[in-house]
Design a protein around this ligand. Structure first.
Ligand code: ARG
Length: 457
C-alpha cells in the first residue's frame, strides 16, 4: 500500500507526538465519522465510488464507532487514524473514502459540525441563566436595595431592576452566539486541499447530509478560514465577562448579608468552621480571565497566517473547545446560584438609604419645584457635607443647607412632606418611573419584553 509506505517515510520521527493531534481530536471523533459517512454516501450517489465499496466503508465506520476513539491506530490526527482503521478492516478499497477531499476540508467540516453542538449548549446555558434572573426579578419587583456606582451607595433601586439589567446583557450574549452559529453552520466539505477537485462532487448534498444550512462557497476560504472559530470564542468570552460582573455583584451582596447563597453553591473552610464562602461565583469570575486568554491565544495564532491551509490551524481549535467548556459550565453554575439564592429583604431595605442615597431624588424634587438643577444639586451636596460632619436628620441638614444657599427657608420652595417622601428609599424608587427605570411600573414592561424574547430564543 503506497500510502502506508509514504507515511512510514513521513512518520514524524522524534517530532511524531508534537505533530499529532490524535488525543485532542477525541472531541471530533464522532463528527469525523459523520463527515466520512456523508462524503462516502455522496461519492456513491455521484457514481464516483461503487455502492458496494461505499457500503463496506460505512460498515467499517460503524464498527469503528462501536470500538471508540481509544481503539484507533496511531496517526497524525483522527482523520488519518480512522482512514487507516477503515483500510485495516476492509482492505485497500477503504482508501477510496478519501477520494475528492483532503484533511483540510475534512477537519474544517468536523470542527464546524462539533462546534454547532457546543454553541447550542452554551446558548442553552445563557437561556437558563436568563430564566433564573427573570424569576428573581419577578419575585422582587418591590424589593428595595441599595444601588452603587464606584461601589459607593448611589441611589436606591430594586432587586428586579438589578436582575433585569443582567438579563438584558445575557440576552445580547445569546444573540451574539446565535449570530455566530449561523456562520458556523455552513459546510466547507468538498473544498479539498483548497483548490477544489476534478471529481463531479455534490457539495450541497454533503452539506444537507450533515445538517449544514449551505456551503462555504470559495474553496480556499472554506478550507483555511477560522474566523468562525474566533468570533465564537469571542462571543463566549464576552459572555464570561458578563458573568464575571454578575458573580462579583453577588459576592459583594453576600458579603453584606443582602443575599444568601444556597449551600450547593457555597464552600466552607478547611480550618475556619464558621465559614460559608461564595467559591462557585469566584470561580465563575475567574473563567472570564481564562476565556480572554484563549481569545488572545487564538487571535495571535491566526494573525498573519497566509492562505491556504497551514498546520498552525491544528493548534487554533483547542482554544475554542476550552472556552466553550469553561464558559458553558460557568454560565450553568451562575444560573443555579441565582436560582437558589435567597434575598434578604430586610437587610436590603435597611441599607437602601445608606450614604444619603436618596440625595438625587431630593435634588430632582427641588428642581421640579422650580430651582435650577445646579442650585438644587448644590443645596443637597452641602446637606450631605453637613451630614458627614454632624448628627441630625437628613431633613434638618437639607433645611439648613437651603437656608444657607437660598437665603430663604426650604418650605418657601417645596412642601416639607414631599422632601420627607423623597428621602424614603421606597418612595424614591417608586418615583423613578422613566422608561427602563426601577419603579415597578417601569419594570413591568421590561419584564414582559424579556419574557417574550426569552420564549422566542
Ligand atoms: N489535524 C489537522 C488540523 O487539525 C488537519 C490535518 C491537515 N494536515 C495537513 N498536513 N494538511 O488542522
Amino acid at each position: 500500500d503506497e500510502s502506508v509506505v509514504r507515511r512510514d517515510r513521513f512518520s514524524g520521527g522524534p517530532a511524531r507526538s508534537f505533530l499529532s493531534s490524535l488525543a485532542a481530536d477525541e472531541r471530533i471523533f464522532e463528527a469525523d465519522l459523520e463527515v466520512d459517512r456523508a462524503h462516502v454516501v455522496m461519492l456513491a450517489e455521484q457514481g464516483i465510488v461503487d455502492g458496494d465499496v461505499a457500503g463496506e466503508v460505512l460498515t467499517a465506520l460503524d464498527a469503528i464507532e462501536v470500538d471508540g476513539h481509544d481503539s484507533l491506530p496511531d496517526g497524525e490526527d483522527v482523520h488519518e487514524a480512522i482512514e487507516t482503521s477503515v483500510i485495516e478492516r476492509i482492505g485497500a478499497n477503504g482508501g477510496k473514502m478519501h477520494t475528492a477531499r483532503s484533511r483540510n476540508d475534512e477537519v474544517a467540516a468536523c470542527i464546524r459540525y462539533r462546534l454547532r453542538e457546543d454553541v447550542l449548549a452554551a446558548i442553552e446555558a445563557t437561556i437558563a441563566l436568563r430564566g433564573a434572573l427573570l424569576e428573581a426579578a419577578t419575585a422582587h419587583t418591590e424589593t428595595i436595595m441599595p444601588g452603587y456606582t464606584h461601589l459607593q451607595p448611589a441611589q436606591p433601586t430594586t432587586v428586579a431592576h438589578w436582575a433585569c439589567s443582567y438579563e438584558s446583557a445575557v440576552r445580547r450574549d445569546t444573540a451574539r452566539l446565535l449570530d455566530a452559529y449561523g456562520r458556523i453552520n455552513e459546510s466547507p466539505l468538498g473544498a479539498a486541499a483548497f483548490a477544489g477537485t476534478t471529481f463531479d462532487i455534490d457539495r450541497e448534498r454533503t452539506a444537507e447530509l450533515l445538517g449544514f444550512d449551505g456551503v462555504v462557497e470559495n474553496s480556499m476560504d472554506a478550507s483555511s478560514s477560522r474566523d468562525f472559530l474566533l468570533e465564537t470564542t469571542q462571543a463566549l468570552s464576552t459572555h464570561a465577562t458578563t458573568l464575571s460582573g454578575l458573580a462579583e455583584d453577588v459576592i459583594v451582596f453576600a458579603n453584606r448579608g443582602f443575599v444568601s447563597l444556597s449551600d450547593d453553591y457555597s464552600s466552607t473552610s478547611s480550618i475556619m468552621p464558621q465559614k460559608k464562602n461564595p467559591d462557585t461565583l469566584e470561580l465563575v469570575r475567574a473563567v472570564a480571565g481564562d476565556a480572554a486568554g484563549e481569545v488572545q491565544g487564538l487571535t495571535t495564532t491566526l494573525k498573519g497566517l497566509p492562505r491556504a491551509y497551514n498546520r498552525d490551524l491544528q493548534r487554533a481549535t483547542p482554544h475554542a473547545w476550552e472556552t466553550a467548556d469553561a464558559v458553558t459550565e460557568a454560565s450553568s453554575v451562575a444560573a443555579g446560584a441565582v436560582a437558589t439564592a435567597e434575598w434578604n429583604d430586610e437587610a436590603l431595605a435597611a441599607e437602601a438609604g445608606e450614604g444619603f442615597s436618596t440625595a438625587t431624588g431630593v435634588a430632582d424634587l427641588l428642581a421640579a419645584n422650580g430651582l435650577p438643577f445646579r442650585t438644587a444639586h448644590e443645596i443637597v451636596a452641602s446637606a450631605a457635607e453637613r451630614l458627614e460632619d454632624a448628627d441630625g436628620s437628613d431633613l434638618d441638614a437639607i433645611a439648613a443647607a437651603a437656608r444657607a444657599v437660598l437665603e430663604a427657608p426650604l418650605e418657601s420652595v417645596v412642601d416639607l412632606e414631599a422632601v420627607e417622601a423623597a428621602l424614603d428609599p421606597a418612595e424614591s424608587v417608586a418615583s423613578r418611573d422613566s422608561r427602563g427605570g426601577p419603579a415597578p411600573e417601569a419594570i413591568d414592561p421590561q419584564l414582559a419584553d424579556a419574557r417574550e424574547i426569552l420564549a422566542k430564543d
